[in-house]
Ligand binder design. Structure first.
Ligand code: HEC
Ligand code: HEC
Ligand SMILES: [Ca+2]
Ligand SMILES: [Ca+2]
Ligand SMILES: [Ca+2]
Length: 469
């Protein structure tokens, strides 16, 4: 009996061995891949391991007690709805007159990624539209549309007309892999309807942008400028088709030009200005950096009750900036599995790492917890020409109408858990990681082709690696 049993297993084992050797059709020997030291800690000591819907919402665990208290207040200013003035809650009044959302979390739901509306008229999903006309202002920024300003707002306080509504339609575009598999991409078309303040300028430039996940932003702020410049190759001197250039933008507080790091075109120099810009443009809350209300033409905003001058105090603005700087980075899942490590190799082989730079170190920062960390953000924070398909045809300081910042890929696999969708890219057009890759063009053409030439099983491994980030 036992003898028969053994024989059966020996037979099975030899068949398996045979199969394995047949499968081994490349000439490389099978090697066990191992992860790098601390590879699971994408945010260094700020990393948190949690895979719940709150995965993006944790305070960096190494934050000191005082900053922990600021984080707590910043969190509530981020989550709670702001209200129209005058109100009993004077710390949170002054909403509007024009706004896109009543709270930061209306767009960055659970500190995560926004998406395009699912139906006409769905509000505060995290997609907004920057408006501009050709030309630049005295500090190199964009000129606003004469009637609708620098951003289209589809919300308004009572007694004033809303700017209008947005309608989105999608055009299908088919892409076929060399192996014959095809994927249907969708390209968005936007129209602005029910406009209440006259037409948009004939030459208006429209830049759709979706809200980013809020994790690890202070770490990106703490990467030394010299590190970012070492990634740049503006004239493509190494002739790999990839240039990478820094944006240089206006810093309002210091009234000087600084390297840009935040926003889809690296159009903001630091988090305080990014946050103050959001309070102003997205919610109609004035601050010391943006003291003026966005006032529609023909409306006298001085006759509208405001929430103070400015509406958010410097103290509270600093707390929201601190909050935005110190959200923990989620740790990797399954980073040591063979298939994931193979996917990582394919990601390197396809030269995705030329822009999505895997690892770097932070330097000094006013927030000690962010200093001297080894981080794995998968970005260079630089601008790249991504081709006509993704172009918004809107320059932004040094960024052209075809250039976008390489977005950090950390946490990307958890967007589905946190936000219940998998929509990616600057306007949320990609419905999957695969679609996002297939939209790559311009400087990323060669890299995308490498991906498309992989066998289907290898494409899946590469995508699963990205999901583990
Ligand atoms: C109407 C939707 C909306 C609201 C409300 C909103 N945001 Fe955003 N947020 C965005 C979009 C869109 C971007 C990308 C902006 C860009 O590319 O210029 C963004 C970007 C950011 C970034 C930079 C992220 C990065 O990766 O560079 C920070 C920080 C941020 N928002 C903080 C806030 C804070 C704080 C508030 C509340 C005061 C807020 N946001 C309110 C939509 C929104
Ligand atoms: C030339 C630089 C460059 C290369 C090479 C490159 N990317 Fe990207 N990647 C970008 C930029 C820029 C974007 C943002 C484009 C946009 O939003 O319109 C992006 C976006 C993405 C996104 C969506 C991120 C998000 O948060 O929405 C994924 C996923 C991605 N890239 C994966 C890859 C993979 C996989 C490869 C290799 C096959 C690759 N990239 C190669 C620059 C690059
Ligand atoms: Ca206001
Ligand atoms: Ca407007
Ligand atoms: Ca180059």
């Amino acid at each position: 009996m036992l003898h028969k049993f053994l024989l059966k297993y020996i037979l099975l084992f030899s068949i398996l061995l045979l199969l394995a050797s047949c499968n081994n059709d490349d000439d490389s020997d099978y090697v066990i891949l191992t992860p790098e030291k601390n590879e699971a800690f994408s945010g260094g000591e700020t990393t948190v391991f949690d895979v719940s819907q709150n995965a993006f919402g944790f305070q960096a665990p190494n934050l000191d007690e005082e900053n922990g208290l600021f984080f707590f207040t910043g969190n509530s200013l981020f989550n709670q709805n702001w209200v129209t003035a005058p109100a009993s809650t004077t710390a949170r009044d002054g909403l509007g007159p024009l706004f896109n959302s009543r709270s930061c979390s209306g767009c960055h739901f659970k500190d995560g990624r926004g998406r395009a509306p699912k139906f006409d008229g769905e509000k505060s999903t995290g997609l907004l539209f920057r408006l501009s006309i050709p030309g630049t202002n005295t500090v190199g920024g964009n000129l606003p549309d004469p009637n609708y300003g620098g951003q289209f707002q589809d919300g308004v306080i009572p007694g004033i007309l809303v700017e209008g509504d947005i309608k989105i339609t999608y055009e299908p575009i088919e892409v076929t892999y060399p192996d014959g598999t095809s994927v249907a991409l969708q390209k968005p078309n936007y129209s602005f309807i029910n406009l209440n303040y006259g037409p948009l300028a004939a030459n208006v430039q429209i830049s759709p942008r979706v809200a980013n996940q809020m994790i690890g932003l202070g770490l990106l702020d703490a990467v030394p400028e010299s590190t970012l410049l070492s990634f740049a190759d503006e004239t493509d001197s190494n002739k790999d088709g990839i240039s990478g250039k820094p944006n240089y933008v206006y810093d309002i507080e210091t009234q000087s030009v600084k390297i840009g790091r935040f926003g889809w075109k690296s159009n903001q120099p630091n988090l305080k200005q990014q946050v103050a810009g959001a309070f102003s443009g997205d919610m109609g809350i004035s601050s010391s950096l943006f003291p003026d209300e966005n006032c529609p033409p023909g409306v006298d905003c001085n006759t509208i009750a405001n929430g103070g001058t400015p509406e958010i105090t410097d103290e509270n603005l600093d707390k929201v900036a601190l909050y935005s700087s110190t959200l923990a980075v989620p740790g990797r899942r399954d980073h040591d599995k063979q298939e994931i490590l193979e996917g990582k190799q394919l990601f390197e082989k396809s030269n995705c790492v030329a822009c999505h730079i895997p690892v770097m170190n932070t330097g000094t920062h006013t927030i000690k917890a962010l200093e001297n960390q080894t981080i794995r953000p998968y970005t260079d924070l630089l601008l790249h020409d991504m081709g006509d398909g993704l172009a918004d045809n809107t320059p932004d300081f040094k960024a052209t109408g075809k250039e976008w910042r390489t977005p950090p890929l950390w946490g990307i696999g958890l967007i589905e858990t946190v936000n219940n969708h998998t929509n990616l890219l600057h306007d949320g057009r990609a419905r999957t990681i695969e679609e996002a890759i297939l939209w790559h063009d311009g400087e990323a053409t060669a890299s995308k082709k490498e991906f498309m030439n992989l066998a289907e099983a290898d494409r899946t491994k590469l995508i699963d690696f990205i999901k583990s980030l």
